[in-house]
Design a protein around this ligand. Structure first.
Ligand code: AMP
Ligand code: MG
Length: 426
């Protein structure tokens, strides 16, 4: 079991009052452990799931040398150099219908794409390069093929015994096809992570309820549900929990008993933190940080236990944009690591900012941007407008997060900035 104090001692820049994003990410990476349980699922159910063990090829792919073109298969050694060659056609072979028998010296075989190369023949001349005569011979000009042309070799895609895919891979469409090409109808994957989440706040109402003065609809459970679903985990929506110790404790216990990870939103900011802290600390080892980032300053992280079950806890801020940004900055990678996924950095774009951006060094900022391609082919990014952490529409309008690193100061108009595109993030 990873003890939070031991981990903290090994993290550069660890500072609960102003936690650099990189330090928080490094801490969380050490805190989480893979669930390590797997199951077999049919191939079509495996999209987005994490491979639990290597997929080793039981066959050569392709299984035989075969033709890459429609044309005529021949022995390159039969061709006379520097002159046109006329060859009789000994027969025909199609994909799935191999040529029977031997091809006599100096003859060729009509062959279609994907058909197995007849024994002894090593080269295919594409049909458009030859002339077919009425007597059933083909004539090919000098120098139109070299030995081995247009022949796919057995095993050139994958060799028998070779690992086609490694454990830890999140399966993509090409991977499903690759696994199918090896003949496997099902695949070993890590069991889905169960992630329970709820919103805290007496001011929150659920959709469908009436809205009294001073109240607002709970949006965080919907963004969280969306982000969790796209990550491929099993979301468990526990609704809205009132801001009192008894309700919070009961909800956290129930969540811990049914889930691997628990995500709460709200109730960790100054003013509310004391009471949340008392409940969370009662159930386990939970740290309360002030992050050096914007949006998303408060964050609670740790483990809680109940009824012999243990779960990792993320207490996210309440503001709707802060919830999404802290999820992407911290929770996403943690859940992927718990799912056994091999870590991979998300691709970033470099885009020229269309305007100046005010930025204070000493914190990481995630601004919402709209990236587009300029006429000269370069990427540019414009802010979505007001960047308040309560303005959820900025996440909806934007198609990427502008990531301004910890030490960065003000950005000039036209200066390149890092952008994390939303597509591909989940
Ligand atoms: P808190 O961290 O609980 O103080 O919440 C910060 C701000 O986010 C407050 O204005 C809350 O009303 C708002 N907020 C908290 N939870 C939610 C939620 N689930 N949906 C929408 N807004 C929320
Ligand atoms: Mg609150």
């Amino acid at each position: 079991m990873n003890c939070t104090r031991d981990i903290a001692a090994h993290i550069d820049g660890y500072d609960t009052e102003s936690m650099p994003v990189a330090a928080a990410q490094a801490f969380i990476a050490k805190l989480v452990e893979p669930v390590g349980e797997s199951e077999r699922v049919p191939l079509k159910s495996a999209l987005g799931r994490v491979l639990a063990s290597d997929i080793v090829s039981p066959i050569d792919v392709p299984a035989h040398d075969n033709s890459a073109m429609d044309g005529y298969a021949l022995r390159s050694g039969d061709l006379a150099a520097d002159v046109p060659n006329r060859l009789p056609v000994a027969g025909k072979t199609l994909a799935g219908q191999p040529f029977e028998g031997n091809v006599r010296a100096g003859a060729c075989v009509r062959i279609m794409t994907g058909a197995v190369m007849p024994p002894g023949l090593d080269t295919v001349v594409p049909q458009e390069l030859v002339q077919l005569a009425d007597d059933g011979t083909v004539t090919l000009p000098a120098h139109v093929v070299r030995a081995g042309d247009n022949r796919r070799l057995a095993g050139e895609d994958l060799r028998c015994g070779e690992a086609a895919l490694q454990a830890g891979r999140r399966l993509r469409p090409a991977d499903l096809g690759l696994i199918a090409s090896l003949g496997f109808p099902d695949v070993p994957v890590v069991r889905p992570l169960r992630v329970a989440f709820f919103s805290t706040g007496n001011e929150l109402r659920s959709v469908g309820q009436s809205l009294e003065p001073g109240c607002l609809y709970d949006s965080n459970r919907y963004t969280l549900w969306g982000m969790l679903t796209r990550l491929g985990v099993e979301p468990i929506d526990m609704g809205i929990v009132h801001d009192n110790a008894a309700s919070l404790e009961a909800a956290l216990r129930q969540a811990t008993e049914c889930a691997d990870a628990v995500i709460t939103s709200g109730g960790v900011s100054v003013g509310e933190a004391d009471h949340t802290r008392a409940v969370m600390e009662k159930l386990g080892e939970v740290l309360f940080w002030k992050l050096a980032m914007r949006p998303g300053r408060p964050l609670a992280v740790g483990h809680i236990e109940s009824g012999g079950h243990r779960a990792i806890l993320f207490g996210l801020p309440g503001n709707p944009v802060a919830v999404m940004v802290t999820f992407y900055a911290f929770v996403r990678n943690a859940l992927l690591a718990m799912s056994g996924a091999t870590a991979s950095a998300l691709p970033m774009l470099r885009a020229a900012s269309t305007t100046a951006i005010r930025k204070r060094p000493g914190r990481t900022e995630y601004q919402r941007g709209i990236v587009s391609r300029r006429a000269d082919g370069r990427w540019q990014v414009a802010l979505t407008g007001s960047q308040g952490s309560g303005i959820l529409r900025s996440m909806s309008l934007g198609n990427g997060l502008i990531v301004l690193p910890h030490d960065q100061g003000n950005v000039q108009a036209g200066e390149d900035v890092d952008v994390l595109p939303f597509d591909g993030l989940v």
